[in-house]
Design a protein around this ligand. Structure first.
Ligand code: UDP
Length: 414
C-alpha cells in the first residue's frame, strides 16, 4: 500500500523563496506537488542539503516535512562542487530513515544529482524509483545562449546514469518526452508525461488598475519578465525589442524585470543586461526590481500588459503559466514548454526567431490594441485552466500506486 514517498531535492530546498540563485521553478514544483500529494493522504518527506540556516525538520503543511541532511559545508556551494557530497547526502538520508524506522514506498528525485542519491536509496530500500530531470544538459548545450557556460560531460554522464536506472522518468511536456527518448535513448515504456501546474487560488485575474497603483505605475504600457536572470533566459532580446518599442509605440513603455542572478554566469549576465540597456538608450525604461516573494508575483502579472519570455530553451516555464492564470498574455520564443503553455495568436504570441524586429512587432500589435489584449487575456485564463497542481499530483499519485502494486513500471506508463 502507498503511504509514504521520499522526495529527493538535494540542491533546491522548497523552503527557499524562488527567483534567484538555485531556487526557481523546480523549487515551486517540489513544494506544490508535496502539498497536493499530502492532501491525497500521501505523507511526503522532502530531503534537502542542510545549509547555514536550515532546521533539521520543518513542516511545510500537514503531512509534508522538509528534512535537512548534512552533506558538505553548510554554505552555498557551486553546482559542480555539489557532486562531491551526493554520497554523504544519500548516506545521511539512509541513516535518518533507519534511525526513525521510516519506510518509504517510492523514491522521487528532482535534477540529476538528486537522482544519483535517489538511485542508491531506491536500491537500498527496494522501492520504485521515479525521476524528474527538469532541465536536460544536452538540450541546454544544443541551444546554448551566448556567454553561457556549456554543461560539463560529468553532468551528462550523471544524467545518463540516472536515466538508465530510473523505473519511470517524468517529462513535463511531450517535447521533453521526445528529448528524453531521442537525446538520451530512454525506452518509451519508462517515460511518462505529467504537466506541471499552477496555484489558481494565488494566480488569478485581479484589477490591473489597483495592481498598478500599488506598484507606483501609471497608464504606460508595462512589459514584465519574472524569473531568474541567466543567459539561458535570453533577455537581451527583450531589451532590443524594448528599444524598438520606445521608438515605435504610440504610448510610453516600461519594462519590469523581477528576479535575481542565478548560476555561474548570472552576475555577469545582470551586468551585461544593464550595460546593454544603457547602450540601447533604454536604461530609464527598465526597472531591475530584484527577486520578489512568490506570493507577491500576482501583483506584477496583473499590473503588466504583457509578460515576455525569450528563453533559448525552456523545459516548462512556470512564469508563463502563472501570467496566463492572472489573465496576462505572453509573448515568448517558441521553445520547449512555452510552446505548450502559450496558444499562438490566441493567448499570446510565439515567435520562431530571435529577431528583435519580429518580437517587437508582436509586442506592438498587442500593446496598441486594447481589444486584442482583452481577447488574449480572456483566452490566457482559459488556457491556464488546463493545468493545476491537483492534476499533477493526481497523475503522480496514480503512477506511484501502480508502481507499488504492479512491481513493473511498463504497466504504469501507458
Ligand atoms: N519567481 C518568484 N520570484 C521572483 C522571480 C520568480 O517567486 O522574483 C518564481 C516564479 O513565480 C516561478 C518561478 O520563480 O514560479 C520561475 O519558474 P520558471 O519555470 O519560469 O523558471 P525556472 O526557474 O524553472 O528556470
Amino acid at each position: 500500500m502507498l503511504r509514504r514517498v521520499a522526495v529527493v531535492a538535494y540542491h533546491a530546498s522548497p523552503l527557499v523563496e524562488p527567483g534567484a540563485g538555485d531556487a526557481g521553478g523546480m523549487t515551486v514544483y517540489v513544494r506544490e506537488v508535496a502539498e497536493s500529494l499530502a492532501e491525497l493522504g500521501l505523507h511526503t518527506d522532502v530531503f534537502t542539503r542542510a545549509t547555514a540556516d536550515s532546521r533539521p525538520v520543518s513542516w511545510l503543511a500537514p503531512g509534508v516535512r522538509v528534512l535537512s541532511i548534512d552533506a558538505g559545508p553548510r554554505a552555498p556551494i557551486s553546482k559542480d562542487a555539489l557532486r562531491t557530497y551526493v554520497g554523504d547526502f544519500a548516506s545521511g538520508i539512509g541513516a535518518f530513515a533507519l534511525g526513525q524506522r521510516v519506510r518509504y514506498d517510492v523514491v522521487h528525485s528532482h535534477y540529476w544529482q538528486s537522482g544519483l542519491a535517489g538511485l542508491s536509496l531506491a536500491r537500498a530500500w527496494d522501492a520504485p524509483f521515479v525521476h524528474s530531470q527538469h532541465t536536460l544538459a544536452r538540450v541546454k548545450n544544443q541551444f546554448l545562449a551566448p556567454g553561457d557556460v556549456p554543461e560539463p560531460a560529468s553532468r551528462i554522464r550523471g544524467e545518463e546514469e540516472v536515466m538508465g536506472a530510473a523505473d519511470v522518468l517524468i517529462a513535463s511536456t511531450d517535447e521533453e518526452w521526445r528529448q528524453l527518448s531521442c537525446l538520451y535513448g530512454v525506452s518509451h515504456d519508462r517515460l511518462k508525461t505529467v504537466h506541471p501546474g499552477v496555484d489558481h487560488d494565488l494566480f488569478r485575474p485581479g484589477d490591473p488598475a489597483s495592481a498598478r497603483a500599488e506598484l507606483g505605475l501609471g497608464d504606460e504600457a508595462v512589459m514584465l519578465y519574472a524569473g531568474r536572470l541567466q543567459p539561458l533566459k535570453g533577455l537581451s532580446l527583450a531589451l532590443r525589442s524594448l528599444e524598438r518599442l520606445v521608438r515605435e509605440l504610440n504610448r510610453d513603455v516600461v519594462f519590469l524585470v523581477v528576479g535575481g542572478a542565478s548560476g555561474e554566469a548570472g552576475e555577469e549576465e545582470v551586468t551585461r543586461l544593464r550595460a546593454l540597456a544603457d547602450a540601447l538608450g533604454v536604461a530609464d525604461r527598465v526597472r531591475f526590481l530584484g527577486p520578489q516573494p512568490h506570493a507577491r508575483l500576482p501583483l506584477f502579472y496583473r499590473a503588466a500588459d504583457v509578460v515576455v519570455m525569450c528563453s533559448h530553451s525552456e523545459s516548462f516555464g512556470l512564469s508563463a503559466l502563472e501570467a496566463h492564470a492572472c489573465g496576462t498574455p505572453v509573448v515568448a520564443t517558441a521553445v520547449g514548454g512555452l510552446s505548450h503553455i502559450v496558444r499562438d495568436g490566441v493567448s499570446g504570441f510565439l515567435v520562431d526567431s530571435r529577431d528583435p524586429a519580429e518580437f517587437a512587432a508582436r509586442l506592438r500589435s498587442l500593446l496598441e490594441d486594447d481589444g486584442l489584449r482583452a481577447s488574449l487575456s480572456a483566452a490566457a485564463v482559459h488556457a491556464a485552466r488546463r493545468f493545476s497542481w491537483d492534476a499533477t499530483s493526481a497523475a503522480l499519485f496514480e503512477l506511484y500506486e501502480c508502481l507499488v502494486r504492479e512491481g513493473w513500471p511498463q504497466a504504469c506508463t501507458c
